[in-house]
Write a protein that binds this ligand. Structure first.
Ligand SMILES: [Zn+2]
Length: 278
């Protein structure tokens, strides 16, 4: 029988990564409403379907809920509906997948305090999905694409965290910047955003060349370098989008648990490995 598992190493806690050196105490926002993803996927094998489900569970565990409960003032039912399709994109290699929100709620005005995707779609290249499954990167790629549906790199402008016209390459959302300062560069005034790669890559990812070690392995850069890790800039950016983050524990598909300390979330998301049948 084949068995899959994910191992995650916890690299740091609040104290060890230096958040305590910040001027103010960091108090994380709490959830006012639950967060739920409903995934509708077609064209998947049974094993691929399991990996997709695991990626959804990963997100539902990391996100504790919506900081602002808008269910009472809109038709929003606190459910993010995502469709996933497998289709021909550009042959083997190159683009592995793409994703984004199809609709979202925000508070009209210059800068909304939240941007809540209500629906989104993900595409995965039919020429690559088997390879991604066998080389262990599929889980990471799905997690990456769901991040875009939620708003990482796609709804930054709505919450005033990124302006690609007037300040290209500079993410200034408060929580994302705080995370980046803690993990990479204490003196940073913005989080570097990717400017290369053209449409679909530029302005929607962290810069591949961060000023800290292994920055290019961050989950939300534009190029996958397994094993990836969840950067605190990404965690912070989720808060900038209006999400409360569960920083107590993230159960893993394999049954383990990732213990996180305070805002000091820095996991090393190892490659998903398939063990050959013994
Ligand atoms: Zn991406």
């Amino acid at each position: 029988m084949k068995k899959t598992h994910v191992t995650i190493a916890v690299a740091a806690t609040c104290a060890t990564i230096g958040l305590t050196t910040q001027a103010q105490a960091v108090t994380l926002p709490t959830a006012a409403a639950a967060f739920d993803i409903q995934l509708s996927a077609t064209g998947l094998s049974a094993t691929q379907s399991t990996i997709f489900d695991n990626a959804v569970t990963w997100w539902e565990t990391l996100i504790a809920g919506y900081i602002y409960d808008i269910s009472g003032v809109s038709a929003f039912n606190n459910t993010l509906n995502i469709t996933a399709t497998i289709e021909a994109i550009d042959g083997v290699g190159g683009v592995l997948g793409s994703a984004g929100p199809d609709g979202y709620y925000y508070q009209p005005g210059a800068v909304s305090p939240f941007a809540y995707a209500t629906a989104g779609s993900m595409r995965f290249d039919s020429a690559d999905i088997s390879n991604m499954e066998s080389n262990g990167s599929l889980f990471e790629v799905i997690v990456h694409e769901i991040a875009h549906v939620i708003g990482i790199g796609t709804l930054w402008d709505v919450v005033g965290a990124y302006d690609e016209v007037n300040a290209p390459g500079e993410y200034t959302g408060a929580w994302g910047l705080l995370g980046y300062q803690a993990e990479c560069d204490a003196g940073a005034t913005f989080v570097p955003v990717e400017l290369d790669g053209g449409t679909g890559t530029a302005h929607g990812h962290w810069d591949e060349t961060w000023s800290c070690t292994d920055g290019n392995q961050a989950l939300m850069t534009g190029y996958i370098n397994s094993p990836t890790f969840l950067s605190m800039a990404t965690v912070g950016s989720l808060i900038d989008l209006g999400y409360a983050i569960n920083v107590t524990a993230v159960p893993l598909p394999g049954g383990g648990a990732l213990a996180l300390g305070g805002f000091g979330v820095m996991g090393l998301m190892a490659r998903r490995r398939r063990k050959a049948a013994a």
